[in-house]
Design a protein around this ligand. Structure first.
Ligand SMILES: C[S@@+](CC[C@H](N)C(=O)[O-])C[C@H]1O[C@@H](n2cnc3c(N)ncnc32)[C@H](O)[C@@H]1O
Length: 389
């Protein structure tokens, strides 16, 4: 595909996404129908679509509209590229710019436009992060770094990846993490990945798991296990008795295969199948995902105040359910990939006033979205009792 044809494909995809279709679904459907597109074309179209979604407001302002064409035009202008070379109308390229498009001048932007944030959300991000709000929102406008979690010897995993042409460097603060600096797209088909030497996992999530107090033999419940990212990271750290649970068991469908690849033993408990109590209960709660919006930028525009309220209610309910599974002396680790206090710090006093009355709260930890990883949050609540974890 020519660069112009790639831009036209991105415009069509963005039109469908702006009309309400999920980005992944649109791109998958396009990929299936565009048999002429090679892997480089698919990657280029995906990058254009995701770049435009991350900067949907500022690109729209620069392009003079909100449809796919305006977004791609605005994106080119934001990156200082000339639209004339792509909007040629030749072959499958988008039609040449109209006089109105060519003459469009971007007016002054509001803060929310400049930071590519929905208007209603900006005050919440500011209240949550203070002076760190603006750098966080600016970071969410850019592509995310790819991180791997090395199982076992990180240097050996890096050497094995390097043999396959995948260049990495060690994360400076997270001892298990490798930052991928070249050929990230080859990871999932690599032998190193197939053999379970590495897993795709953001560095901040890895950092949160490293913060947990683990020792051999602890009984650990991953209450919101989903695909099992946290359960697998726990298993890689220590010999534990791990039970993975999720309200939607279909989400755990890949976990047995992933565990086998990692040589980990993880028991699966479907809803209603949990029994006994646990030394450590991990709640990786369903959340806005606002700390990871670089990877799922359409989610930023889909979140609504009502949806956020629903999530906060669900988080509080899950904390109550999970707290009931913590043994005396045990610990509840509540985590989200959200930036918002309503989903993070505010959950703690609510828990202490209800299901975790009399428990101790450790100082919570926050990870900002930046070059070192996604936005993440961890709070730990310790239940009084003998033999603390
Ligand atoms: C953030 S995702 C978990 C991601 C996963 N821990 C990982 O690292 O790959 C949140 C999960 O919570 C699950 N969930 C939602 N409501 C729940 C509930 N009431 N009880 C347990 N799990 C729930 C969702 O199905 C979803 O898989």
């Amino acid at each position: 595909m020519t660069p112009g044809a790639r831009a036209a494909a991105a415009i069509a995809a963005l039109d469908a996404i702006v009309a309400g279709a999920p980005a992944e679904q649109v791109l998958t459907r396009w990929g299936r129908s565009a048999r002429y597109a090679g892997s480089g074309d698919r990657a280029a179209v995906r990058d254009l679509v995701y770049d435009a979604l991350r900067k949907r407001r500022s690109a729209g302002a620069a392009g003079g509209g909100s449809d796919g064409r305006a977004l791609i035009l605005g994106l080119l202008r934001l990156s200082g590229d000339s639209a004339g070379t792509l909007f040629t109308g030749e072959g499958h390229a988008p039609s040449p710019l109209t006089a109105e498009e060519a003459g469009h001048q971007t007016g002054p932007l509001t803060d929310a436009e400049r930071l590519d944030c929905p208007d209603w959300l900006l005050p919440l991000v500011r209240d949550s992060l203070g002076i760190a709000a603006e750098p966080a929102l600016l970071a969410l406008r850019e592509r995310a770094t790819v991180f791997l979690r090395a199982r076992g010897d990180r240097a050996a995993a890096a050497a094995s990846l390097a043999d396959e042409g995948i260049a990495t460097r060690p994360h400076p603060n997270v001892s298990t993490a490798l930052e991928v600096i070249a050929n990230a797209r080859k990871i999932q088909s690599s032998e190193s990945y197939g053999k379970g030497l590495v897993e795709l996992q953001d560095a901040s999530s890895q950092g949160a798991i490293l913060d947990l107090p683990l020792r051999p033999g602890l009984r650990v419940l991953d209450y919101c296990a989903g695909g099992g990212g946290k359960a697998l990271a726990l298993a890689a750290r220590e010999r534990l008795e791990i039970v993975a649970h999720d309200a939607d068991p279909r989400r755990m469908a890949d976990l047995p295969d992933r565990a086998a690849r990692a040589g980990a033993e993880i028991a699966i408990a479907r809803p209603g199948e949990l029994s006994g109590d646990f030394d450590l209960v991990v709640v990786d709660a369903p959340c806005s995902g606002s700390g990871t919006w670089r990877r799922t930028p359409d989610a930023k525009w889909r979140l609504t105040p009502d949806r956020l309220d629903d999530l906060c209610r669900l988080q509080r309910r899950i904390v109550a359910e999970a707290a009931a599974r913590v043994r005396p002396g045990g610990r509840l680790a509540y985590m989200t990939c959200s930036l918002l206090s309503t989903e993070n710090e505010d959950i703690v006093p609510h828990a202490l006033a209800g299901p975790c009355a009399g428990w101790d709260a450790l100082p919570p930890r926050r990870w900002q979205p930046d070059g070192a990883g996604d936005g993440f949050f961890l709070a730990q609540l310790v239940r009084p009792g003998a033999a603390p974890v």
